[in-house]
Design a protein around this ligand. Sequence first.
Ligand code: C5P
Length: 224
Amino acid sequence: MNKSPVILALDVPERVRTLELARLLAAEVGMVKLGLESFVAHGPDLVRAVVDMGLPVFLDLKLHDIPRTAAAAAKMALALKVKLLTVHASGGAEMVRACREAVGDGLDLIAVTVLTSLGDDDLAGVGFNGQAATVAARLGKLAVDSGAHGLVCSALDLPALAGIGGTRVVPGVRPAAGPVHDQKRVATPAQAMKAGATWLVVGRPILEAADPVAAARAINAEVA
Ligand code: C5P
């Protein structure tokens, strides 16, 4: 691990490949992220295996449930010794508060504001009024006021979140030349850092590169 702000999203289905990639890229990135795909396939054992490699782990479970259930899951994540855990801010103030009480400062509770895969039209479709940045600011304030240590948001929403405390974890990061895949509100690594990101979450631009180490190094060079 180094001081890179890049969090590598280890979104691959195979346990062996996950561990291989973690080992290959450990020296290039600042943290690794295990998400729903890995967790559903391999459960907490894989989380423990990556933590036992000495890597800081972001467990991206995006909890969203009634306060007791979400808080109980957060407590289990704390026992796995991960550094970051996500919840959905839209789970409400009480849910975020219950999760924060469950983890204290044992890990950083990071609240997802608006998914970077949702554009303004998609948001209207699920009943959120306003543009993505406005919704992100409303949800971000609610989450931080309820104890979240930081927020997940698009780089495009960072200006709207100015004045709300906590760290900023930014997915939807795409080098200028590559494909954007299913992400809609994207920014380049340099744009995201300049706008105030604490961490950049990067998956496919590294994982699908012919040379993942070179791809990670190029992103580090861009933001250095
Ligand atoms: O491959 P890509 O760089 O798009 O990966 C982004 C990662 O960030 C994925 O693991 C995705 O689940 C996660 N994420 C996101 N948008 C959010 C929260 C998390 O893309 N709002």
